[in-house]
Write a protein that binds this ligand. Structure first.
Ligand SMILES: [Mg+2]
Length: 454
């Protein structure tokens, strides 16, 4: 997965080193020499990730991070602070400035790549999520199911037989609201994963009695854990084990002794990514569609239409607007005579005919069984009656054949509800169209009637 990465450092040798490593993995890079350049580049180039040095003349990394996270144009871009080793206070300051993760200087290749991959994946999920939330807003769905998820209440399994590191982890996670549960062996841990589900698994690579990497492999192979974020705890000298852990599917690693802030940041990122992934898997697009689209005809449903109409009226478009209520004549006879499959085909044909004969800015919905509604913003009574007449004659002319090849004539009656300048409510418009429809039915069907609201 390629991505754009902005490298910010005042020492050219540092930026060159990072650029070389990232380009070797086919990432696109750009560089900035101070905080001011970084802000401009972040806004204009819109990178997927920013690697930010802390000590820089002019504006330091903390201030730069604060500004990036305070600007709506850049706040969604993950920021990794590149700090000196053994500086817990710097990390805390970085967290407070809104940093998403940390790297120690000079970063080793495996660690750098693991962080980059992880954060770029998170960014992609966020981008997809924002795109869908825009669509939902455009469809007029209320609420905000798309807010950044909280990790509070999620559950982490901590597998560590060494009390010192285990208690550091067990103390740190609850500060993020994460419920931490400890297992002292791989066997105990695997048993627990069968009983309950976890949002994060932390595995120490220093287990005394067993091979930690075998456990990593078992977790990745488990049906309930193969996608659970997996964080390794390792001694600095156990580099080979960490690399092997990544190959087996670990998500990230943390150096022992555990730095509380680093652990909290990593745990938070990993769990959020899982939450986004789970939500995307629900395929929100189709959930939205199911809620708003009639599956038989592909038209909007009544729920969408009412919402849309209310929105138009709220926006002041209700003073000049028409609503057509279109009902299929003697539809029960079609069902009775030819069966429901044929009835469904007839409804689909009528839906297609209506769609082909309405303007792009009109909204068309299947309102009920054999009833359709067209909302025509800006249409006066002449426009609306003309449109209704066009729909009526198009349906009458449509070629519909029954199951044994016979031609079946379908017709519709149309009631037109029309607002003529005074403020209206959605219900009043629909009611007027319905009243007119009743008159059209009573008057012999296959005809158009008008009810104007004054
Ligand atoms: Mg520097």
């Amino acid at each position: 997965m390629s991505a754009r990465i902005l490298i910010v450092d005042d020492v050219p040798a540092n930026t060159r080193l990072l650029e070389a490593k990232l380009r070797a993995e086919y990432y696109q890079t750009a560089t900035a020499r101070d905080g001011f350049e970084a802000l401009t580049a972040a806004t204009n180039w819109q990178p997927d990730l920013i690697l930010l040095d802390v000590m820089m003349p002019g504006m330091d990394g903390f201030e730069c991070c604060r500004r990036l996270k305070g600007d709506p144009a850049t706040r969604h871009i993950p920021v990794v602070m590149v700090t000196a080793l053994d500086q817990p206070t710097e990390r805390l300051q970085g967290l407070e400035a809104g940093a998403d993760d940390f790297l120690t200087k000079p970063p080793e290749t495996e660690t750098l790549m693991a962080r980059v991959r992880s954060l770029v994946r998170l960014k992609r999920l966020l981008d997809e999520w924002h795109a869908r939330s825009e669509t939902a807003r455009a469809l007029g769905l209320g609420g905000d199911p798309f807010a950044v998820p909280s990790v509070a209440g999620t559950r982490a399994l901590v597998v560590d037989d060494w009390d010192v590191s285990a208690s550091a982890v067990m103390d740190a996670l609850p500060k993020e609201g994460i419920v931490a549960i400890r297992a002292r062996s791989g066997r105990e841990a695997m048993g627990m994963t069968l009983e309950e589900s976890f949002d994060l698994i932390v595995v120490s690579l220093t287990l005394a009695e067993e091979d930690s990497l075998r456990l990593v492999s078992a977790i990745r192979g488990g049906s309930r854990t193969h996608e659970t974020p997996l964080l390794l705890l390792a001694e600095t000298e156990a580099k080979g084990q960490v690399v092997r852990g990544f190959e087996l599917g670990a998500s990230d690693w943390l150096m022992l002794p555990v730095d509380e802030n680093e652990l909290r940041a990593r745990a938070r990122n990993q769990i959020r990514r899982k939450i986004y992934q789970d939500r995307l898997r629900l395929d929100l697009g189709s959930v939205l569609e199911l809620a708003l689209i009639d599956p038989l005809t592909g038209l909007y449903n009544q729920r969408y239409l009412r919402r849309h109409l209310a929105g138009l009226v709220e926006n002041g478009q209700g003073r000049q607007m028409s609503v057509l209520m279109v009902d299929v004549d003697f539809f029960k006879n079609v069902n009775d005579q030819y069966g429901h499959a044929t009835g469904d085909q007839a409804l689909r044909l009528i839906a297609d005919t209506l769609r082909a004969n309405t303007r792009v800015f009109d909204s068309l919905a299947r309102y009920g069984g054999e009833e359709f509604v067209v909302v025509m913003p800006g249409a006066d009574r002449e426009d609306a009656v003309m449109a209704a007449e066009r729909l009526r004659s198009a349906v009458e002319a449509a070629d519909f054949t029954g199951p044994s090849g016979q031609r079946v004539v379908l017709t519709v009656s149309v009631g037109v509800g029309c607002a003529t300048g005074a403020p209206v409510t959605p219900d009043a418009l629909l009611h007027a169209a319905d009243t007119a429809l009743y008159v059209a039915k009573a008057g012999g069907r296959n005809r158009v009637e008008l009810a104007a609201l004054t």
